[in-house]
Design a protein around this ligand. Structure first.
Ligand code: CA
Length: 744
């Protein structure tokens, strides 16, 4: 047992190879209390910091968050008391300290560092000082009545991933200038596209689209944006965490006053909740912005991070350092930090960046802890298999079976199968008529035949903030890297629809990058973390140009919500799926039964995906007890819960690059599935608003067959595609994605 003195540091470990030993020793005196940080009351505030290797810790109080502000003044400096039993330094300051800024001066190995409290709940500008906060004063009006937005199962979630700046940066969004790029943009209801009042934007748009959750790129305090430059052109995704328990200041209207960003972040969450949309926070506990001067390292050097045996930082994150979730106090930090966001900010789910760098035990402990608030709070992450120096069992896909059934992983296999290799421009997937069907089939089954234990554990997607947007990938792979990313192309729109249909009919949790449903482009920039605001922002005029595509996604979302088997949390539906065996090799088709709901829902559904870019396919329906008549609810033009055609007999013609979804007529007629008026109106508006393709571009000349089937008449894009493949092939070597170059 080590005894730690306040005057001598018994862990005066200099040799690099001893970091692991030091961690073992420190883990033995991990603090078990839940009162680290500044615990505020109106009468006094108690500060506690765990720093067993320090020889002294001083509390500094300031009037402001930085020295460059009016009234800046150091108010006091106090020596803190050390408890040798638990490694905690503490002091109580009398009086009402709400709004007072503070730091700790920690001396280790005779070196003094002034650091922010890692448990700080408020900070000043650029997160350089903590702030004592009376959290009651940060609550917006009616916050007490704010409710979580939760679904019964993870598979019920349809997630739209967005960056706070991207959401409202564009002037055409119609959102008021002082809110654009900020938390408060989400609070402005009723906005419309500048120049077309029929088209909703912002939160009004989201309500009509029908997604259940937004996943918001990091909005804890990060380091890459200078908060003092209010109108800065600087942009960053924010995967560079500085203060984990505080919202980012550059999204607030006043980054200097530590209270404002908290209130405004809560207003954003409240507005989304009022719209019936849950909020998923993108959390980045796997690395810190910097290592040497991270607040963890300045408090207890070389403990919170993971090191290689030679003393260099473990770098599975590619960001220069990995944190060490297997160390007791970092595990505790993660659990408490997540709990704090869930409880104080009413966060409905957490997306873990590079979850594969955290150990299984920590992730399960976070799950158990969140369950004490609500078991429906979502947890999922990037379960990549990363090289990091620990013996712990890591939370990657290979170990998904050791994780809770309610901790999901992104299904990169499905992603790549649908649209082609994620890391190169020209590779084609299923929707471009290339690739293999196996990956898509596995994805439809939510990888339950490989690494996933149930559909609850698989996040099904084809685009996220990383890599090419879906539409850019389609442009690059079909036309080439010629810069025509933001142009409407009918063939690519069809592929975009097919990709959306594949994802939104698959088992698992549905996920998309914001704007996938409106052909969002970043001009082919596959790693736009530090690119311009203009490049990254959602271009709301796309809702006009690609209105049919947005309407299609809206219909697919309706469809997914209307038919329980799409959202089955168990393997029941997967096990009952009947994949057709006698289809063309460009076609994937299956039928499924509804074993989850009664006659108020449809019974049998057949999904047929034709990836052939040249011709329609006649598909013979397979299976026992087939219905004689089928209702079409999705085809190459439309998707939704309303009938758009009828098929008799057992052969159906599916147009090139499209899906066809059929419902047996008997159950369709009996079921009480209806489209609500608002969604119908929204889809109608979008479809009417699309920029009509010119005659030259119009390649959808079709011959109607059996009400719904269509036969196409050739593809004028073929020469262009061939040219694009050649150009793309040359360019691909320049575009191998540097996966981990992004975050700093
Ligand atoms: Ca910041």
């Amino acid at each position: 047992m080590f005894i730690f003195s306040t005057s001598i540091n018994p862990l005066n470990v200099q040799a690099e190879e001893n970091y692991a030993l030091q961690a073992q020793q420190l883990d033995k005196i991990a603090y078990e209390g839940d009162d680290l940080g500044a615990v505020y009351t109106k009468d006094s505030t108690t500060f506690k910091v765990w720093a067993p290797t320090a020889s002294t810790v001083l509390l500094n109080l300031y009037s402001t968050g930085s020295d460059d502000e009016d009234g800046a003044e150091k108010l006091s400096q106090t020596v803190m008391d050390y408890d040798t039993e638990n490694g905690v330094w503490s002091v109580t300051a009398q009086g009402d300290l709400n709004g007072v800024y503070y730091t700790y001066s920690v001396t280790v190995n005779n070196e003094e560092n002034e650091t922010v409290d890692i448990y700080a709940k408020a900070v000043g500008v650029n997160g350089k000082r903590g702030m004592v906060i009376d959290l009651e004063t940060t609550n917006p009006d009616n916050w007490d009545n704010d409710k979580y937005v939760l679904q019964d199962n993870p598979t019920d979630a349809i997630v739209w991933e967005v960056h706070i700046g991207d959401f409202s940066q564009q002037q055409e969004s119609g959102i008021k200038d002082e809110y654009r790029g900020r938390y408060l943009a989400f609070t402005q209801d009723g906005t419309t596209l500048v120049g077309n009042e029929a088209i909703p934007t912002g939160i009004s748009y989201l309500k009509s689209l029908g997604v259940t959750h937004v996943q918001i790129n990091p909005f804890y305090d990060f380091g890459s944006i200078d908060e003092t430059k209010a109108s800065s052109k600087d942009y960053n995704w924010g995967y560079d965490p500085k203060n984990y328990n505080v919202p980012e200041g550059s999204y607030s209207t006043d980054p200097y006053n530590g209270q404002v960003r908290i209130t405004e972040a809560k207003q954003m969450i409240q507005a989304l909740h009022n719209a019936g949309i849950g909020v998923i926070m993108d959390v980045v506990y796997n690395h810190t912005y910097t290592l040497e001067d991270s607040f963890f390292n300045m408090t207890v050097p070389n403990y919170y991070h993971r090191f290689n045996d030679d003393g260099t930082p473990s770098n599975g994150s590619g960001c220069g350092n990995d944190t060490a979730s297997e160390h007791e106090m970092y595990r505790k930090f993660m659990i408490e930090s997540i709990h704090y966001w869930a409880e104080e900010y009413h966060i409905d789910g957490f997306r873990f960046d590079l979850m594969g760098l955290h150990d299984v035990d920590t992730m399960n402990a976070i799950r158990d802890d969140l369950d004490t608030i609500d078991s429906r709070i979502l947890m999922y992450g990037e379960a990549w298999n990363l090289s990091t120096n620990t013996q712990a069992k890591m939370a990657n896909q290979d170990n998904e079976r050791f994780l809770s059934d309610r901790i999901a992983a992104f299904n990169d296999g499905m992603r790549d199968a649908v649209k082609g290799n994620n890391f190169e421009a020209t590779g084609k997937g299923f929707v471009q008529g290339g690739g293999s069907r196996i990956g898509v089939k596995n994805g439809i089954k939510a990888a339950t035949n490989t690494w996933s234990g149930s559909p609850n554990q698989a996040v099904t997607y084809t685009s996220c903030h990383d890599n090419f947007t879906l539409y850019d990938k389609l442009v690059a792979s079909m036309i080439g890297l010629d810069g025509s990313y933001r142009q409407r192309n009918e063939q690519l729109v069809a592929m975009n629809k097919l990709a959306g249909a594949t994802i939104l009919t698959s088992q698992g949790m549905s996920f998309m990058l914001a704007g996938e449903e409106m052909a969002r482009s970043k001009d082919g920039d596959h790693n736009s973390f530090i690119s311009s605001k203009e490049l990254n922002q959602i271009d709301w005029t796309n809702v006009s140009t690609f209105g049919d595509l947005t309407a299609y996604y809206t219909g697919l979302i309706q469809l997914r919500k209307a038919y329980s088997p799409f959202r089955d949390a168990t393997k029941t539906t997967v096990d009952s799926m009947n994949f057709f065996e006698n289809t063309d090799n460009k076609v994937l088709a299956y039928s499924m039964e509804n074993k989850l709901a009664g006659e108020d829902e449809w019974s049998k559904v057949i999904c047929i995906y034709n990836s052939d870019t040249e011709s329609s396919k006649d598909v013979t329906l397979e299976g026992d007890n087939l219905s004689e008549k089928w209702i079409v609810v999705a085809n190459d033009q439309k998707a939704g819960v309303l009938p758009i055609g009828q098929v008799s007999g057992n052969v159906v013609t599916v147009p090139k690059t499209s899906v066809m979804i059929l419902v047996d007529k008997d159950s369709f007629d009996k079921a009480s599935v209806r489209s609500d008026e608002k969604t119908t109106e929204f889809k109608k508006t979008l479809t009417q608003s699309i920029t009509k393709p010119t005659e030259k571009d119009n390649i959808t000349a079709t011959v109607t067959k059996d009400d719904t089937g269509t036969r196409d008449t050739g593809n004028p894009l073929v020469p262009l595609i061939i040219a694009g493949v050649i150009v793309g092939g040359i360019a691909v070597s320049m575009l191998i994605y540097k996966k981990f170059g992004r975050k700093k």
